[in-house]
Design a protein. Structure first.
Length: 165
């Protein structure tokens, strides 16, 4: 598709968020990630993210039974015990929806593991620990895709929101 560049944009330099460098530049600070997540999830007031820890290219390793490695583009945890994964996808892959679900499953397992080893959980009584043994923290996966997903409409598992331009 051939699009002309508006006159006011000619000669300007822009960051392309669809590349690793652009993605990392746009999310280079806690405030940028907090603002993005608050905005995309419509979090307001007390629901907004208060504090956040994050890393780029966070590696998760699992034994299931052989070792499996997953690298998350941007991984974050919030003070309210949310676990976030923000992914930028430039190209479609085979079984893309399955991949997003698998990443979410790994994120849930990581969140559960960290919840169980937290100081808060360790101070619970034996009965309370038993009661909460299947509790999992809120996990949020945000996939920003630079391609259309028309083949998956109506065939996905989970809550989805697809935003167009």
């Amino acid at each position: 598709m051939n699009q002309s560049i508006p006159e006011k944009l000619k000669g300007k330099t822009y960051i392309d968020p669809r590349t690793d460098t652009g993605f990392k530049s746009l999310f280079a600070s806690k405030d940028a990630i907090k603002d993005f997540v608050d905005g995309i999830l419509h979090l307001k007031g007390d629901d907004q993210i208060k504090n956040l820890n994050y890393s780029f290219e966070h590696t998760l390793r699992f034994m299931i039974p052989e070792e499996r490695k997953v690298i998350l583009d941007a991984f974050a945890t919030t003070g309210s015990k949310r676990f976030l994964n923000i992914e930028m996808q430039k190209a479609d892959h085979s079984f893309f929806i399955d991949r997003t679900i698998l990443y979410k499953a790994f994120l849930i397992i990581k969140g559960k593991h960290e919840m169980d080893k937290s100081e808060e959980f360790k101070t619970l009584t034996k009965e309370e620990k038993e009661y909460r043994r299947y509790e999992i923290p809120e996990t949020i996966s945000i996939w920003i895709c630079d391609f259309e997903l028309p083949y998956c409409m109506g065939k996905y598992i989970d809550e989805w929101a697809i935003y167009s331009k």
